[in-house]
Design a binder for this molecule. Structure first.
Ligand SMILES: Nc1nc2c(c(=O)[nH]1)N[C@H]1C(S)=C(S)[C@@H](COP(=O)(O)O)O[C@H]1N2
Ligand SMILES: [Mo]
Length: 323
């Protein structure tokens, strides 16, 4: 039997609030995002029996050592930043569901790689050996935060599959590549073309870097970035590009969307750092979405709480300059 040893950054299962996915009626959806077939269903049924006949028990617990709770599904999926579908937090949940169909989906991998091509997302997930869950902190540069149980696969698997050439130093990711507006998309999204984000290859292959395909065991909703969305929990949320259509490997640092729009305010790295303020507001603390009016603020942690895991990526760098 295979035994999984939890990593230092992992949240315990007990930190997950009981949300709809853990209820019986959603189990099929859950299995679908896990990429499990009939055998998986059998396994889960026997695992569930140990609990109370529902999905394995999950309680409303705390992020180890911080008292931080996993954000309810309703908030994760109705308080969004996705400018293509409107500028208000409530807009994407409405506008991204006006008929836009991000399935089936092909992602194009190109540039300095030995294995370029266009790949069907479902095929890729199969090649990568299925889906795993990661419960991560999510900290927006606007100083609010959540804790999200993502489903998906490590970005390192995609990088290995692409097989970068020795000179490749960066990934440039672009949201969907079709030039025409999709259903619900706002013509005046202010993005000046497609949303673009980038990572160094060594950041992309760090074990925390993740591509989300689901949330709470359900297929990722359109407004959260279906069908593929980057998650780099030690960085501000804007690095987490939604709806990835193309990944290009390059030897030059790509200019990401927010850097292009306001280079004095947003940089390439965007590492969460309570000591480096945004020019217009402090980054020392954050509002916890769903945290309530009075208990709703907490101190922001260096690298969003993942300092031990990622600090070595930035050794010797001036983080105030490379913000
Ligand atoms: N394509 C695209 N990706 C995007 C954005 C966007 O406007 N367009 N907003 C970013 C910002 S600022 C944040 S905080 C997160 C929000 O993700 P969420 O809505 O799932 O919380 O998505 C990021 N990815
Ligand atoms: Mo953000």
């Amino acid at each position: 039997m295979r035994i999984r040893t939890p990593k230092g950054w992992e949240l315990r299962e007990s930190a997950v609030t009981p949300e709809s996915l853990y209820r019986r009626r959603d189990r099929r959806d859950f299995l679908k995002t896990l990429g499990l077939g009939a055998a998986g269903a059998l396994f889960l049924r026997s695992a569930a029996r140990a609990a109370d006949g529902g999905f394995p028990a999950a309680v409303n617990g705390a992020y180890p050592g911080t008292g931080l709770k996993v954000t309810p599904y309703e908030l994760i999926t109705h308080y969004n930043n996705f400018y293509e579908f409107g500028l208000d937090k409530a807009d994407p949940a409405v506008n991204a569901n006006k008929g836009w169909q991000p399935e089936p989906w092909t992602v194009e991998i190109g540039g300095m790689v030995r294995n370029p091509g266009k790949w069907d997302v479902e095929d890729l997930i199969k090649k990568f050996g299925g889906i795993e869950q990661r419960v991560y902190r999510h900290r927006c540069v606007e100083a609010w935060s959540m804790v999200v149980p993502w489903d998906g696969f490590p970005l390192s698997k995609l990088v290995a599959f692409a097989d970068p050439q020795p000179g490749a130093k960066y990934l440039k990711m672009t949201s969907w590549m079709d030039d025409k507006l999709v259903a619900g998309q706002q013509a005046d999204d202010g993005l000046d073309g497609r949303y673009v984000e980038g990572l160094r290859v060594d950041e992309a292959t760090h074990e925390l870097a993740f591509i989300a395909t689901g949330i709470y065991g359900k297929a990722i909703p359109n407004q959260n970035g279906a069908p593929l969305r980057l998650v780099t929990p030690w960085k501000y949320g804007f690095k987490g590009i939604k709806c990835i259509g193309r990944i290009e490997f390059t030897d030059r640092a790509p200019v990401n969307t927010w850097q292009k729009l306001a280079r004095d305010e947003y940089g390439f790295y965007a590492n969460v750092n309570p000591k480096v303020d945004h020019p217009r507001w402090s980054q020392a603390s954050e509002r916890v979405i769903g945290g309530g009016l009075f208990s709703g603020r907490q101190s922001t942690l260096m690298f969003n709480g993942y300092e031990q895991q990622v600090a070595s990526l930035y050794q010797g760098m001036d983080l105030a300059k490379n913000f």
